[in-house]
Design a protein around this ligand. Structure first.
Ligand code: GLY
Length: 417
């Protein structure tokens, strides 16, 4: 196993013949990543089935929707930055196409992101991160606290410093998921099956193709191509596919949703570090009554998907968020959402065709499933239509954790009917 990045992708394997009664593409997982893959498959003219017991009720349900390659950039994570920046640039066109296809607004807001430092140590950290951003050519500047307050009058009195990233924006993940669901519902080639996959199916014999998935009711769902987009559960579904290792793991995050009345004028994404702890506050566009949803996040816990909100997690998020924006105290707390992100050993996704015919990976998006939806869609477009992968995807080998294998240099999958 190697975590090294590679530009040597396996050649795309031949798409196996679609068995009688099978669909063209089976997508295992119906979060924002899985539905994006399914939507792109229908746009390529393919028949697609999505398998998920509760589509959109995983990481998508908790996600705040920051499109933040700059302010999420971290030491040692340049490949993640490049991938995120590529995808952020695709968001306006992705949103426009999805809105046209679904008839629904996805809540894309080009607001920029303000990052606040609570004390002197937090400011020193912010300056080190800003130097890294500058070295990577990213648009981020230190501004005075007074300038931060001009942008956001609700910034608290005890803030030591501020930074401004004009290109980091936001979208509403639940609205995106609704739009993807609606776009698929309008397309007779698409179906969603509310069952849980328990393992992928394959034909007998070495090098045999993956042919579908078995669900928890014992039904087999056959397809010419399977896109594995099951988040943190993805690795467990590969029991019969030893050539491919997808070491996804759950990283629990708790987010909060608050209801803000019209006087709460917060308009930009506000991130911050409070005595070393990161926190973010994401305000949505106000509704017709002037109220807006405000998302506060997120804990990061190496825990399984227990769906338990904890007193300590909620307390820490509110303590740190109100240190930056004291007016949050007045808002109604309407939802606490504990879900897991799908982490990988190097925090990069597993995205692209594999050496096993019929198997495509679209998983392990960790903290960035929403940000990376457009580039994931572009990668799926490329896999299904035989085009080159976007360079930022091609730079990250989806088989980097798999045993060494000899990819088959055969043609790309194509429409089968
Ligand atoms: N993308 C932010 C988070 O995962 O908390």
């Amino acid at each position: 196993m190697s975590a090294a990045l590679s530009t040597d992708h396996p050649a795309l394997p031949a798409r196996p013949p679609v068995p009688d009664g099978a669909t063209d593409v089976l997508v295992v997982g119906g979060g924002i990543v899985g539905l994006t893959a399914a939507w792109r498959a229908t746009r390529a003219g393919l028949r697609v089935t999505v398998l998920d017991p509760a589509p959109g009720d995983g990481a998508t349900h908790a996600a705040a929707g920051m499109l933040a390659p700059v302010t999420e950039a971290d030491f040692g994570e340049e490949a993640a930055l490049r991938l995120g920046a590529d995808s952020a640039a695709r968001w306006p066109a992705f949103a426009a196409e999805l809105e046209a296809d679904s008839g629904l607004d996805v809540g894309l807001r080009a607001t920029g992101t303000l990052t606040l430092a609570y004390d002197g140590d937090d400011l020193a950290l912010g300056r080190r991160v800003r130097a890294l951003q500058e070295a990577w050519g990213l648009d981020s500047t230190e501004i005075t606290v007074a300038a931060a307050r001009e942008r956001e009058p609700l910034v608290g009195q005890r803030v030591a410093g501020a930074f401004w990233a004009p290109g980091d924006h936001q979208v509403d993940p639940r609205a995106v998921h609704r739009a993807l669901t609606a776009a698929l519902a309008r397309d007779p080639r698409a179906a969603v099956v509310h069952r849980r996959a328990v393992r992928l199916l394959r034909s007998p014999g070495p090098g045999a193709p993956v042919t579908g998935a078995l669900d928890d009711a014992g039904h087999e769902h056959r397809a010419g191509t399977v896109v594995l987009a099951a988040g943190a559960d993805s690795g467990d579904l590969l029991a019969d596919v030893p050539e491919v290792t997808a070491p996804t793991r759950p990283v629990k995050g708790q987010t909060l949703r608050l209801d803000a009345p019209p006087w709460f004028t917060l308009d930009h994404v506000v991130r911050g570090v409070v005595q070393g702890r990161p926190v973010y506050v994401v305000p949505r566009t106000p509704g017709p009554d002037g109220h807006r949803e405000v998302v506060v996040g997120a804990t990061s816990e190496e825990h399984p998907d227990d769906r338990r909100a904890t007193a300590g997690g909620v307390f820490a998020l509110l303590r740190d968020a109100r240190a930056l924006l004291p007016a949050l105290d007045e808002l109604a707390l309407v939802e606490v959402t504990p879900r897991v992100r799908p982490g990988t050993p190097d925090n990069l996704p597993l995205l692209g065709a594999t050496s096993v015919p019929g198997l495509v990976l679209a998983t392990g998006h960790y903290r960035n499933g929403v940000l990376l939806a457009p580039v994931t869609g572009a990668a799926i477009d490329a896999v299904l239509t035989g085009q080159p992968l976007p360079p930022a995807v091609a730079a990250i080998d989806p088989l980097r954790f798999s045993p060494a294998s000899a990819p088959s240099p055969t043609p790309t999958p194509r429409r089968t009917t």
